[in-house]
Design a protein. Structure first.
Lengths: 334, 120
């Protein structure tokens, strides 16, 4: 049964990818991309990766789709015809690369094989020792925030660097004087407003649950951060940018990515000051398991704050930019 | 079953190639970014597939279950998704800036304007 679901989902996802390639209308392409990500999330769930499925659903189907839509609003809605472009060379490159890779899979272990190398080395260590070392059921959170906390620190810094890049490119500048936030079409849809009003609080509550219950059920800072940001972005889409900016004032939001990274980094410094190694949580409390859980809680909060604020900041910068520009559908028509 | 032994890997490679082809054959920059995202998702699928244990379950400890799927690929991909959206955001910011400077997001038109002699 699992195999059948797996095969069907993968077939669907391939169809979506081909549609993304073939369609000319970029708006339709973006919608197909949202669907593509959503099916990918379902696929991850069937492959036992619930934490990944959460993240992919919130990021791929939510935030990425909206960012691409906002970009389309500032560029062109239709792709130019590809006439006159050389298609043979790209096709050749893709077929050769694909053939070599497929040839390579012949040596890979069978899908799900218990004897695959991936299951024989570090994985058993994490699976056998998580209960004793850390005492939390969710192994993904344990590996993410304790065994491999250095990696996670690196990832959080990359996310922070990305928001710096976006600010450097597009600027935090306020909109030009005189440009009012246009009433969006969405604001006139009563149904959307009512439904959004009902589900935004639920999504926010769910984000907090995912954040603070992440050690016991699928969840953690990354997932909670993107779900939280998705809720606020939904609010901004339906009720307008200015209303949403009153919820989290820009002056505070601008500081939060750095605050999250600092919470993470300072947890490491704190363990050093208490006599341990960097991010070695055992010095935080008498009981080793309590110490580990305390450390994980602290850095997950840092991760959550950074991820949520970076996603919101990026969305606000793009959306703010879109107010001042207009789309050029006319000239890009054909 | 044996027919589908490598089905996940093959599909991941096909998706990667579709994303790759979108990136190198289309001139619209937004479409290229979407192609990059398709490629990313294919890598995620490949990694998660490698972590699956056929008798295993979700890697959350629970009484009565002994075998779990490998949690390590989940951790790697979880963070990779968030880093991926950050990369996408920077790429889209570049697209917006290119549109403002050149008035177009088509690669060949940008190229043509760069090659034009005289003041830009």
């Amino acid at each position: 049964m699992d195999t059948l679901v797996d095969i069907l989902l993968l077939a669907f996802i391939a169809i979506c990818a081909i549609a993304i390639l073939r369609l000319r209308d970029l708006f339709a392409v973006t919608m197909m991309f949202g669907l593509f990500s959503f099916i990918a999330a379902g696929l991850f769930a069937t492959m036992h990766a619930l934490d990944v499925a959460f993240t992919e659903a919130a990021v791929g189907a939510g935030i990425a789709t909206i960012l691409i839509l906002v970009t389309l609003g500032q560029t062109a809605r239709r792709e130019k015809s590809q006439a006159g472009r050389n298609v043979l060379l790209p096709l050749l490159v893709v077929w050769v690369t694909g053939a070599v890779l497929i040839y390579g899979t012949a040596d890979l272990p069978v899908f799900g094989d218990p004897q695959a190398p991936a299951h024989l080395h570090v994985a058993p260590y994490y699976i056998e020792n998580t209960r004793e070392h850390i005492g939390i059921p969710n192994m993904v959170a344990a590996v993410l925030a304790s065994y491999r906390a250095y990696d996670t620190l690196g990832e959080v810094v990359v996310v922070f660097a990305a928001v710096l890049g976006v600010i450097a490119l597009l600027g935090l500048r306020r909109r030009p004087a005189g440009v009012e936030a246009r009433p969006r079409d969405l604001e006139e849809h009563q149904v959307l407003k009512v439904v959004a009003k009902m589900i935004v609080p639920v999504i926010l509550l769910f984000a907090l649950y995912v954040q603070f219950h992440g050690e016991y059920s699928p969840g953690g800072g990354f997932q909670a951060g993107v779900i939280f940001a998705a809720a606020i972005i939904l609010y901004a889409l339906v009720f307008g940018l200015d209303t949403a900016r009153q919820v989290i004032p820009p002056r505070i939001l601008g500081w939060l990515p750095a605050v999250g990274v600092l919470i993470f980094g300072c947890t490491g410094v704190l363990t050093q000051l208490l006599g341990g190694n960097y991010l070695d949580y055992y010095v935080l409390a008498e009981n080793p398991q309590t110490a580990q859980q305390l450390g994980i809680l602290m850095i997950e909060i840092g991760v959550g704050v950074t991820v949520a604020s970076v996603m919101l900041l990026i969305y606000f910068i793009f959306a703010e930019r879109a107010l001042g520009t207009r789309t050029d559908d006319g000239e890009a028509g054909r | 079953m044996s027919l589908f032994a490598h089905y996940n890997y093959h599909l991941a490679i096909i998706l990667a190639m579709i994303g790759f082809y979108t990136m190198i054959s289309r001139s619209n920059l937004v479409k290229k970014v979407i192609g990059l995202n398709v490629f990313q998702v294919s890598v995620f699928i490949l990694f998660i597939s490698i972590g699956v244990h056929e008798d295993g379950t979700v890697p959350i400890l629970r009484e009565g279950y002994e075998i779990y799927s490998n949690p390590l690929p989940h951790v790697l991909i979880l963070t990779a998704i968030v880093v991926g959206i950050a990369v996408t955001a920077v790429a889209l910011a570049l697209v917006v800036r290119i549109r403002e400077e050149y008035g177009t997001v088509e690669e060949d038109q940008v190229q043509a304007q760069d090659e034009e002699p005289g003041p830009t």
